[in-house]
Design a protein around this ligand. Structure first.
Ligand code: SR1
Ligand code: MG
Length: 417
């Protein structure tokens, strides 16, 4: 075609990117680069350039969904949204995301910091590794990016400009709208599930309350432009080392409800919890590790709410819940009441989105490695069925569940602990 865009290949990368000073100064002489393609995600190409002076990551969007192939075109513009989200996240929670060195909109590529010795969190959870402060870093990331991207904090003209900018991320929102909220609840063509789950799937697809709940949540995702979301915050979008946690991959960034990011994140930890019995060497072998996973879920919410509270009290400079409105009501009690009501609303959304995410990762197109890698089909179905059951309880019962302790007890009970 006439398009100036060309997908990168390891062999051509030095020729195509070697003259960019932001890359050269971090890697050294392009003639001495060694390049590997390492992408294993659903959508993009990812390369590591190793040079004599250092390494960088090059991420390039493909004009189609890598997982499915060229039959499913997907705009290159997602790299533009990812770049814009990354620079905003870096501003709102410094140190939480990889540093961006170079962005080329036409080639849909972002060159960024190579995180080492980090690995994808999902992989680490399958290996049974623990990471200090994981829940704290993730909970604070959610609080800072979600609070600071909203009308609680931003000058509203800037927020409205960002709302308009990210409103262009139509096709990636369309993926979420279909794959997360609708496809799992009918026989959509790209769905797949473990055959032994057939009876459970039939039951869920006949469950009117659940289907209505999923559509209420879809409406909130599509219409409640509360803040700039990461948009795909699962454990494959987090990189960890023994001492650091970084969030990557915000190409699904859009304005939406705060609970979407937190709920999706928590769902992926809960599924990692249910998958443990599928990988355990013997019954009960991973009991301690399972409790650690649940403690991370607990920490995500408690650090989110503590940091949200701190920001509410110290950075509430936007058009919402202005301090001046509450001044005459003594000791900020009215503002505190408003804060608690907002947190309760975010909590309800969080549980709803969490439940739906647990369904789509088992019944829709995009599954998770934790479940997929359980070879024994009956065992896999048993683990997945527990996640589906908890997902249903959380989504439909979200208004009645009032604490994370209750959620974790439900998870333990459903898992037979
Ligand atoms: C067709 S893309 C499938 C999924 O992969 C991404 O990581 C998102 O989670 C999306 O829903
Ligand atoms: Mg991704």
């Amino acid at each position: 075609t006439d398009s100036p865009y060309k997908a990168l290949e390891p062999a051509t990368l030095a020729d195509r990117l070697g003259s960019i000073s932001a890359i050269r100064e971090r890697t050294g002489d392009p003639a001495r680069w060694s390049v590997r393609e390492v992408g294993d995600g659903n959508l993009n190409l990812v390369f590591i350039i190793d040079g004599p002076d250092g390494s960088v990551i090059v991420k390039q969007a493909l004009p189609y969904v890598r997982l499915v192939g060229e039959s499913w075109p997907l705009p290159l513009k997602r790299a533009f949204f990812e770049y814009n989200a990354l620079i905003r996240q870096a501003e709102r929670d410094p140190g939480s995301v990889p540093e961006v060195y170079h962005f080329d909109e036409t080639q849909a590529l972002i060159v960024m910091e190579f995180l080492t010795p980090h690995v994808i969190l999902r992989k680490s959870l399958m290996e049974g590794r623990t990471h200090p402060d994981l829940g704290k870093v993730l909970g604070e990331f959610c609080a800072r990016t979600l609070f600071r991207g909203s009308d609680l904090s931003m000058p509203t003209a800037r927020r409205k400009a960002d709302l308009a900018l990210f409103a262009g991320n139509v096709e990636l929102c369309d993926i979420t709208e279909n794959l997360v909220f609708s496809d799992p609840y009918f026989a959509a063509p790209l769905n797949r599930h473990t055959p032994a789950l057939d009876p459970v799937v039939t039951m869920l697809r006949a469950d009117t309350d659940l289907k209505i709940t999923a559509q209420h949540l879809k409406m909130a995702f599509a219409n409640n432009a509360e803040t700039l979301l990461h948009g795909d915050l699962h454990t494959g979008s987090v990189m960890v080392s023994d001492s650091q946690t970084r969030v990557i991959d915000p190409e699904f960034a859009t304005y939406g409800p705060m609970g979407f990011d937190i709920g999706m994140l928590i769902a992926n930890f809960l599924m990692a919890y249910f998958a443990q019995d599928g990988h355990a060497e013997a019954p009960g072998a991973r009991a301690q590790y399972k409790e650690w996973i649940l403690s991370v879920v607990d920490a995500i919410w408690s650090h989110f709410s503590a940091e949200f509270t701190r920001l509410w009290r110290t950075e509430r400079s936007g058009i919402l819940y202005q301090a001046s409105l509450f001044e005459d009501q003594g000791h900020g009690l009215a503002a505190e009441k408003a804060r608690l009501e907002r947190l309760a609303a975010i909590w309800r959304d969080t549980l709803g989105f969490c439940g739906i995410e647990m369904h789509r990762r088992t019944l829709g197109l995009a599954h998770i490695a934790e479940y997929d890698r359980i070879e024994d089909e009956a065992l896999r179905a048993a683990c997945e069925a527990r996640g589906l059951m908890l997902g249903r309880v959380l989504a439909v019962g979200r208004a009645e569940i009032t604490s994370m302790a209750e959620v974790l007890d439900l998870a333990r009970k459903i898992n037979g602990e």
